[in-house]
Design a protein around this ligand. Structure first.
Ligand SMILES: Nc1ncnc2c1ncn2[C@@H]1O[C@H](COP(=O)(O)OP(=O)(O)OP(=O)(O)O)[C@@H](O)[C@H]1O
Ligand SMILES: [Mg+2]
Length: 377
């Protein structure tokens, strides 16, 4: 029989499934990352299929979620058949995951939906600035957000959040309780280790400290845990990205050639360990003098990171201008995005929203039971 209606797109299906909300958290199932392996069948079969991967299969809602999904899809797209499988996570956040074929440490906790690394090849391109502002932007949009600064040699999150002298407390269960500011749960290696003493640490000490720091922290329920990585693509970075069950990575680059070459290496590193690169952000993309708001000066060259993203077939998340207020706010401990009137603030918010849609889309279409089986290379 020939088709007499237009099949919905996967994006439309996903948008419809957002109507299904898990009552105890108030979060929809797309945001919770429960839809996996979302596929459209052939036009003839008029079928959509996916797996429901419940983070906690024992909750009451588990009994009705499948029916609710069928209900909303039936109502909005009466022509299509739905095939839904239900699964519990084989490997997920908070579960054991494997390195070198062996079961390794546990992840940062049951309640963390997405862990995203903010990385760059080159130092000083603005990773920590971007990570802080994205974290605050996501929190302002209502997401539960954590930011972990795993740059042991040069932690900058304490300064960027005005918490240089703060010390996190420890719970009776001997878990670290993250600090909280601007709606973001914060933890920095800088709160725990004196960077002057850490300089002499060797790679394995750093990575085991990072592992412990992430898994011994009481993050609670988080939609996003952002990791501010140290610069570079060396052993330390490679081990961190192999150790933490990342959902994806964001690469920050400035437009100059030297930075782009290193950004390319950064993308290569994540490819090597099969962590999806969610996008590239071009930082310090252009300068607009406050007295000439319509002018854009491309001090470091125009569109380099965008071109790199196209070349590597990676999503481009956007351009952040070079603005004095971004730096002064970072130095003063208030990320610029806390001031909604700033132009830079609007840009960070739109990049954060684009990042959310990339993450949710990747989660929905990726296979349900992905065994993280990492071989050191
Ligand atoms: N878009 C921007 N406009 C103005 N200043 C910026 C911008 N992005 C970053 N900076 C400033 O540049 C400096 C370096 O930024 P940041 O510390 O975020 O870089 P990084 O990549 O995290 O560095 P490292 O590699 O040392 O971790 C900081 O002083 C920061 O305030
Ligand atoms: Mg940094």
């Amino acid at each position: 029989m020939t088709q007499t209606f237009d099949m919905p797109t996967l994006q439309q299906i996903l948008a419809t499934l957002r109507q299904v909300v898990e009552p105890s958290s108030g979060r929809d199932i797309v945001r919770l990352g429960w839809i996996r392996d979302l596929k459209l069948g052939s036009a003839e079969s008029a079928e959509v299929s996916f797996t429901l991967l419940l983070s906690d299969p024992t909750i009451e809602f588990a009994g009705s979620v499948k029916r609710e999904c069928q209900g909303v899809l039936q109502k909005n797209f009466p022509q299509i058949k739905t095939r839904i499988e239900q699964d519990s996570p084989m490997i997920g956040l908070g579960d054991d995951f494997r390195i070198d074929g062996k079961v390794a440490e546990r992840g940062p906790g049951e309640g963390v939906t997405n862990i995203i690394a903010i990385a760059s090849g080159k130092g000083g391109v603005g990773k920590s600035t971007v990570a802080s502002n994205l974290a605050v932007a996501l929190a302002a949009d209502g997401y539960k957000v954590g930011l972990a600064d795993v740059d042991i040699y040069g932690p900058s999150i304490p300064t960027m959040f005005g918490l240089e002298t703060a010390k996190p407390r420890v719970s009776p269960e001997r878990k670290i309780i993250p600090l909280e500011k601007f709606g973001v749960k914060l933890l920095s290696m800088g709160f725990l280790v004196d960077p002057d003493k850490a300089v002499i640490w060797r790679g394995p000490m750093v990575t085991s400290a990072v592992k412990q720091f992430l898994s011994d922290t009481e993050w609670g329920n988080l939609d996003y845990l952002l990791l501010d990585l140290p610069p570079g693509t060396g052993d330390i970075q490679l081990t961190i990205v192999q150790t933490v069950p990342l959902n994806g990575a964001v690469i920050v680059s400035t437009p100059q050639r030297v930075a782009l070459a290193d950004a390319r290496k950064g993308v290569g590193m994540f490819d090597q360990v099969s962590v999806p690169v969610l996008g590239v952000i071009e930082n310090m993309a252009y300068f607009t003098p406050p007295e000439l708001p319509d002018k854009k000066y491309y001090l470091f060259g125009k569109g380099g990171a965008k071109a790199l993203a196209e070349d590597l077939n990676v999503h481009f998340l956007g351009e952040i201008p070079l603005e004095e207020v971004i730096r002064t706010n970072a130095d003063e401990g208030t990320p610029v995005v806390t001031d909604f009137s700033q132009n830079a603030s609007k840009i960070f918010i739109s990049v954060a929203r684009d990042l959310v849609s990339q993450v949710e889309w990747r989660n929905a279409v990726r296979p349900a039971t992905q065994v993280v089986d990492i071989v050191r290379g």
